[in-house]
Write a protein that binds this ligand. Structure first.
Ligand code: SF4
Length: 301
């Protein structure tokens, strides 16, 4: 790690009253300099509770937007404006409104991996960890679930509600290399395989547990196993290795998100110096999106 860059970041953080948040899929050097590392919702809640007036969000756009939705009075910086999410980009408001017209009795539950204006057009948001709980709790027997079809299928198989699933996917998780996972299982036969619900049902069938990133951390903490194969974005292997140095982890499935690797230390410095690029949302969209996010937090606590 470049210590000069790190020292400049620390100085600027102090000068600008900033806190640095990093998603678990970020590269090791970004995770190492962050004040908090976690999943997108956990980080947004941290953003809302921090006393700092500036938040540097090291992740992708929808995450920084969610932090802004929850903390509109703070400056939320996304050091690389092109850090997007192909899953979030696969849904747009007009198409969702058309689907809502086709299923007028269904309430829309939207995975947080989605743009702010689509959140504003939805009833409630959810994460991979609480999707089933949110779907079960919304006051309708019919639900539109968007935009991830694998997470939607995961929920649909575990709920009695009629679920209409949007046909989107995280291209990194949905194309996980099953042969690579099988090879890892052969080489580490004693390991538990933990996979993310954005992977395909064929991958779930191989796994010991299907969990979001926060769930993986809790699972490892409570497990007696010493070795784990991790079927989610490879940055999570570094995160788990840092938290549990007495266990062994390896990636399974060659899951790599290039958008999650677009931020580097130099970009954080420029962003802190200029306080740009900052997330700005139309206030009406922000308020409506806040309602959808707040419904999730009311349901899941
Ligand atoms: Fe989006 Fe998938 Fe990358 Fe997450 S891993 S940011 S869902 S493309």
């Amino acid at each position: 790690m470049d210590l000069e860059l790190v020292s400049e970041i620390l100085r600027l953080k102090e000068e600008k009253d900033a806190v640095i948040l990093a998603h678990s899929y970020q590269p090791p050097d970004i995770q190492d300099i962050a004040d908090h590392v976690g999943d997108s919702l956990q980080l947004s809640r941290t953003a809302a509770s921090t006393g700092s007036s500036v938040i540097v969000f090291c992740g992708v756009r929808f995450m920084a937007e969610t932090a802004h939705i929850l903390s509109p009075e703070k400056t939320v910086l996304l050091p690389e404006p092109d850090a997007g999410c192909p899953l979030a980009d696969c849904i747009e408001v007009p198409a969702l409104l058309s689907m809502q017209e086709v299923y007028p009795d269904a309430l829309t539950v939207l995975y947080v991996n989605s743009p702010a204006d689509v959140k504003a057009a939805s009833y409630a948001c959810c994460t991979s960890a609480n999707a089933l709980e949110v779907v079960k709790s919304v006051p309708s027997d019919e639900v539109i679930f968007a935009p991830d079809r694998n997470l939607g299928t995961f929920v649909s198989e575990r709920s009695d509600k009629k679920i209409h699933i949007w046909n989107g996917a995280c291209r990194c998780h949905a194309t996980a290399d099953i042969q690579n996972i099988r090879s890892a299982m052969e080489e580490w036969p004693d390991a538990e395989l933990l996979v993310h619900p954005e992977t395909s049902p064929e991958v779930w069938d191989l796994a010991n547990s299907v969990l979001g990133t926060g769930g993986m951390i809790r699972h490892v903490d409570q497990s007696d196993s010493r070795r784990f194969i991790i079927g989610t974005e490879e940055g999570m292997v570094y995160r788990l290795s840092t938290l549990f140095p007495d266990r062994e982890f390896r990636a399974g499935g060659k899951i790599y998100c290039s958008d999650m690797k677009k931020i580097d230390l130099q970009k954080i410095i420029v962003s802190l110096r200029e306080l740009e690029p900052a997330i700005r949302l139309d206030p009406d969209i922000r308020e409506k999106a806040y309602t959808a996010v707040a419904r999730m937090t009311e349901i899941t606590g």
